[in-house]
Ligand binder design. Structure first.
Ligand code: TRP
Length: 322
């Protein structure tokens, strides 16, 4: 299906299962340690709040990462090669790829995102900004499937994952996801991926507790969604955002903490919260370069190059499928 305005931009809707939001919430809140999977953050408001997080001064990743793409675009493009099929799972606003497109000149760009309206708009904007670019947007849940629209041309496949999205997977999930990427790109394909590094606890904790409270709003938006879409009655004032670095597990943990003992009903089911009880909503794992190298190697990738900043905050890796 092509868009009316630009024949080079097409949109493919694989209808990421909406029903499962209900199942995931009801199951997740029935567990001993309550949890909700992070992919449900990204309704339209959530996607917008996430874009706002990226603007917060404390959240260092976008600035550092952007500079790395700007400084090393030519090296990255050389490793990727011309006329590649560039695939971005979780593309969001497609902002980072724009720093590389003119240098890489891919034959096709395949943004994938769970948030359909957001993806549609980002793809159209991208098509307008880069009139030569062929865009095949795929609305899907990339934690569930990595599928390419049939219309995508042949060519060397390279997956692009900026923003340390891999960090939001647990270790076995990260392993599985890298393996799926390796299957998708094949031997001789590539992976360009940004991964956040282990660092000072205070720097990390500030990044996920911005002073303006945007990350808090993003986290709490999950409860707004439950209220709106699943007939929940969460009192938003009765929960607070919490994010801390779990040094032992090498990850930032995000939680929603109940400020008091209370009950909440969702779709007719009642859930009890003790004062201080948490809903665990997300992790963000941090990797030493060597740790990431080992993980990627187990999935069938060989690291060719890593770029990092002077402060050693963030790493961008290029890996070959072997
Ligand atoms: N993957 C990035 C990170 O872990 C971005 C991100 C995902 C994020 N969810 C978030 C940032 C929630 C802040 C809050 O840093």
């Amino acid at each position: 299906m092509t868009t009316a305005t630009n024949p080079k931009v097409s949109f493919h809707d694989y209808q990421p299962e909406l029903e499962s939001f209900r199942a995931a919430v009801l199951l997740g809140l029935a567990r001993e340690h309550k949890q909700i999977p992070p992919k449900f953050f990204y309704d339209e408001r959530g996607s917008q709040l996430f874009e706002d997080i990226l603007e917060q001064a404390e959240y260092y990743i976008p600035t550092v990462e952007k500079r790395l793409y700007q400084e090393h675009a030519a090296d990255m493009a050389q490793l990727i090669g011309r006329d590649a099929v560039l695939i971005e799972p979780g593309s969001g606003s497609c902002e980072k790829v724009q720093l590389l497109l003119e240098t890489i000149r891919p034959a096709a760009y395949v943004p994938m995102d769970i948030s359909g309206d957001f993806l549609r708009k980002a793809s159209c904007d991208l098509g307008a900004a880069f009139p030569w670019l062929h865009v095949y947007a795929a609305c899907l849940d990339f934690t569930h499937e990595l599928r390419l629209p049939a219309a995508v041309p042949e060519g060397r496949r390279v997956v692009f994952i900026p923003g340390s999205s891999l960090g939001n997977f647990d270790l076995p999930e990260a392993q599985h996801f890298l393996f799926q990427i390796r299957q998708l790109v094949g031997k001789g394909g590539g992976l360009l991926i940004g991964v956040d590094r282990k660092k000072d606890k205070a720097v990390l904790e500030r990044a996920y507790n911005d002073a303006a409270g945007v990350t808090a709003d993003f986290n709490l938006n999950l409860l707004v969604r439950i209220n709106q879409e699943l007939e929940g009655n969460f009192d938003l004032e009765a929960f607070r955002h919490e994010a801390f670095y779990n040094e032992q597990l090498g990850r930032i943990e995000m939680h929603l903490i109940s400020r008091k003992a209370q009950t909440v009903s969702i779709d007719g089911e009642v859930f009890r919260f003790a004062e201080g009880e948490s809903i665990h909503t997300e992790n963000s794992y941090k990797y030493h370069p060597q740790e990431f190298g080992t993980l990627a190697q187990a999935a069938g990738f060989q690291s060719r190059q890593m770029w990092t900043d002077a402060g050693q905050l963030f790493g961008i890796y290029y890996l070959d499928g072997i």
